[in-house]
Design a protein around this ligand. Structure first.
Ligand code: CP
Length: 315
């Protein structure tokens, strides 16, 4: 596995292997696969969780981070994304975690260039968010031990959500049944092909996993933002205590965060017994360790071969 760019790239077996590896890291497995290696986290869109989580994962694997802030980098002087990455590769980075506003920014990098640096997609526009999806899968798997037949409802700004795109695709492939809720205009044909749209009350009564999404105001039109009412949204689609009471005993509440309290979720629900929002973030570090290890493993196999060759020559 050279790069991790989208969930569609990963086979079911690779997904299960990443979950197993992340669970082993959580149980205390150690790895020094990153010793003497450098990572760069190129975030061209804002982030709290994904960036910090990758930073911690890199440190736990023995890597050192090359500091990068988009606002003070030479991208402001017109440097292209390829030139930035090629520069970091030349300087010595082995792994680049990239978040970018452009959907599939990575396609040009991997299809038209010969980069040696490993690219892990930290989120592309409204496209994919593989590390979030994988940590969500890990958290669901820890709770239920399987995906087969699970009913998963995603409520919110589906069309702009890379988390919804990644999760709807992979959860279906792993045997879960997908349902959707929220404003009709966000339930685009790509989601209609995957599962039905229903009321939030029904989703709360019937789902094994209720996954909430924030409204992505930065991707809405001025008109959509102007007509948006937080109060109306919360009343029609927000998760409150009454809706939590409708849920089954084992139902999980999930949210990739950042959360907007009082919009898609009530303040007093965020840390309720059924909520896995902060455990998702804790699991994210272990999943990102597994992802980095998976892409670096190939390098070490190569090094072993080189070492063996060298030893043979020296003998
Ligand atoms: N879930 C997620 O991607 O959060 P950040 O935008 O804070 O990284």
């Amino acid at each position: 596995m050279k790069n991790i760019l989208s969930m569609s790239q990963l086979s079911n077996q690779e997904v299960y292997e990443l979950i197993d590896s992340a669970l082993e890291f959580k149980s205390g497995k150690k790895s020094t696969i990153g010793a003497d290696k450098f990572a760069i986290n190129l975030f061209f869109e804002n982030s709290t969780r994904t960036k910090s989580s990758f930073q911690v994962a890199e440190m736990k694997l023995g890597m050192q981070e090359i500091e990068f802030e988009a606002a003070t980098s030479s991208t402001s002087k017109g440097e292209s994304l390829y030139d930035t990455i090629k520069t970091e590769e030349s300087i010595g980075a082995s792994v680049a975690v990239i978040r970018h506003s452009q959907d599939e920014y990575y396609k040009d990098l991997v299809e038209n260039h010969n980069l040696n640096i490993h690219i892990i997609n930290g989120g592309d526009g409204t496209g994919q968010h593989p590390s979030q999806s994988l940590l969500d899968l890990m958290t669901i798997y820890e709770h239920f031990g399987s995906f087969d037949g699970l009913k998963v409802g995603i409520i919110g700004d589906l069309s702009h959500s890379r988390v919804a795109h990644s999760n709807a695709e992979i959860l279906t492939r792993l045997g879960a049944k997908m349902y959707f809720g929220g404003l009709n205009q966000w339930y685009t044909p790509e989601f209609a092909e995957i599962g039905p749209h229903t009321s939030v009350d029904q989703l709360c009564e019937e789902m094994d996993v209720v996954m909430l999404l924030r409204v992505q105001h930065e991707r809405l039109s001025a008109q959509e933002n102007e007509s948006f009412s937080k109060e109306n949204y919360f009343q029609n689609y927000g998760l409150n205590k009454d809706r939590v009471k409708m849920m089954k005993e084992t139902t999980m509440i999930m949210h990739p965060a950042p959360i907007n309290r009082g919009v898609e979720i009530a303040d007093d629900v965020v840390e309720c017994d059924k909520s896995y929002i902060f455990p998702q973030m804790a699991n994210g570090v272990f999943m990102r360790m597994a992802m980095i290890e998976a892409v670096l493993k190939g390098d070490n196999v190569g090094n072993e071969v080189t070492d063996k060759k060298r030893q043979a020559i020296l003998r």
